[in-house]
Design a protein around this ligand. Structure first.
Ligand code: ADP
Ligand code: MG
Length: 238
């Protein structure tokens, strides 16, 4: 099917993926509507990061197909690991400049004014340019990651566990930012999370990874409190 005909930005078709005998996906299929905020949920080890790697093209060892709309411009906000804190100290400016090249092949983002502009888009003042990236709060750090993603002028952003080290108040602010980018800049947003509660209010659709397949759930189902949804909820907590 032509992905464009239905305003579908991404189709995941019959993915089979195994690591040795560990079958992570058997026949996983789902579609993402352009302009939606989409949640991918599932317990630890259910294959969320594996799916992200396949969608992003980092992993090509699978069967099935990933079909993107021709006009897609993808940006990725990776999961932050606490061990990253022990890397070399870098200012926000140095961090964005050095890693934007590796992530997006962007060579001409040395210009501070370009970086100041994307920082403004995520609500960070230019004074942050000189701050050590590892001294930022969890919420500020995610904003810097999102600012870097914006350098690629994306219309599809995939975020892996973006709320992992972000406190409750900052989560709401981060959601407001994602909703703003979604609505004002028409960016399709895919949020990977192990925690339904943290994303249910912000998503237009939710895909639940379970038993090597993908189930299409409606966000409102998770708010009804049925036994099934409570069970799903419980499973997705760590
Ligand atoms: P999640 O992100 O949902 O926590 P992952 O996608 O990281 O789950 O992992 C899914 C399964 O695949 C797990 O059983 C994990 O051990 C396995 N796995 C992930 N990456 C590799 C790898 N590079 N080699 C072998 N097994 C892997
Ligand atoms: Mg993961």
């Amino acid at each position: 099917m032509d992905a464009k005909t239905n305003n579908i930005i991404l189709q995941v078709n019959n993915i089979y993926k195994a690591f040795g005998k560990n079958v992570v996906f058997k026949n996983a299929s789902f579609s993402v509507v352009a302009g939606d905020i989409v949640g991918i949920i599932g317990p630890n080890g259910s294959g969320k990061s594996t799916l992200a790697n396949i969608i992003l093209g980092f992993d090509s060892e699978y069967q099935g197909e990933i079909v993107f709309n021709n006009d897609v411009r993808i940006a990725y906000v990776p999961q932050f690991s606490n061990s990253d804190k022990y890397m070399l100290p870098l200012s926000v400016y140095e961090f964005i400049r050095s890693t934007a090249n590796a992530y997006y092949g962007l060579k001409d983002v040395m210009n501070k004014s370009v970086i100041i502009k994307v920082l403004q888009h995520v609500g960070l003042d230019k004074k942050y340019l000189e701050q050590n990236v590892y001294s930022l709060s969890g919420g500020e750090r995610q904003r810097v990651f999102i600012a870097r993603a914006l350098l690629n002028n994306p219309n599809f952003i995939l975020l892996d566990e973006p709320l992992a080290s972000v406190d409750y108040m900052s989560r709401n602010e981060l959601y407001s930012l994602l909703q703003h980018l979604n609505q004002t800049h028409n960016i399709t947003i895919m949020i990977i999370s192990h925690d339904i509660d943290s994303i249910v209010n912000v998503c237009d659709s939710i895909f639940y990874l379970d038993k090597a397949s993908v189930k299409d759930c409606k966000p409102k189902d998770f708010l009804k409190g049925s036994k099934t949804t409570q069970a799903l909820k419980y499973n997705c907590k760590i």
